[in-house]
Design a protein around this ligand. Structure first.
Ligand code: CMP
Length: 142
């Protein structure tokens, strides 16, 4: 991954209200290139595994329910300093605390229904990218 790729998920709240195009345009304007993309409706098992790190949190079941409530759009994005750059571009978890001009400030509904996920480290970016995409899809895009 070499620090230049990260994983985003346009979540069911944003994808289901036709905001995916605007969010991708926003990220492209910030210098990100989409190198892999798909649309899927996650199963309970998939969402549960993806968010396993939050298993003990009180919001875990509700988060899994939300993430399985409709289609979402995982994206592998490329740019220098991709992980920190994307987290800056999307803003704080809670849109009420997100800076002006960030994706969550513009498009998120609440702390849970917050429009977009972004990996929090290079290691997780790689692990999360391989959760949704095959090695061949990722290598082929280089
Ligand atoms: P995300 O960046 O995908 O990582 C974990 C997700 O859990 C987060 O975005 C929110 O959607 C959700 N989340 C985090 N904190 C809370 C909370 N306090 N209450 C409800 N949902 C939360």
């Amino acid at each position: 991954m070499a620090g230049n790729r990260t994983l985003a998920i346009i979540k069911p709240d944003a994808f289901g209200s036709s905001k995916a195009g605007r969010i991708i345009a926003h990220l492209e304007a910030g210098g990100f290139i989409v190198v892999a993309a798909r649309v899927l409706h996650m199963t309970d098992a998939q969402a549960g595994e993806f968010y396993e790190v939050h298993k003990e949190r009180p919001f875990y079941r509700s988060l899994v329910q939300f993430m399985t409530s409709g289609r979402c759009m995982p994206l592998v994005l490329e740019r220098a300093d991709a992980v920190s750059g994307l987290r800056q571009a999307i803003g704080a978890t809670d849109p009420a605390e997100a800076a002006d001009g960030t994706v969550r400030k513009l498009y998120a509904e609440s702390k849970e229904r917050n429009a977009i996920h972004a990996s929090d480290s290079d290691e997780n970016a790689e692990r999360e990218s391989l959760f949704f995409f095959s090695e061949a899809e990722l290598i082929g895009a280089r």
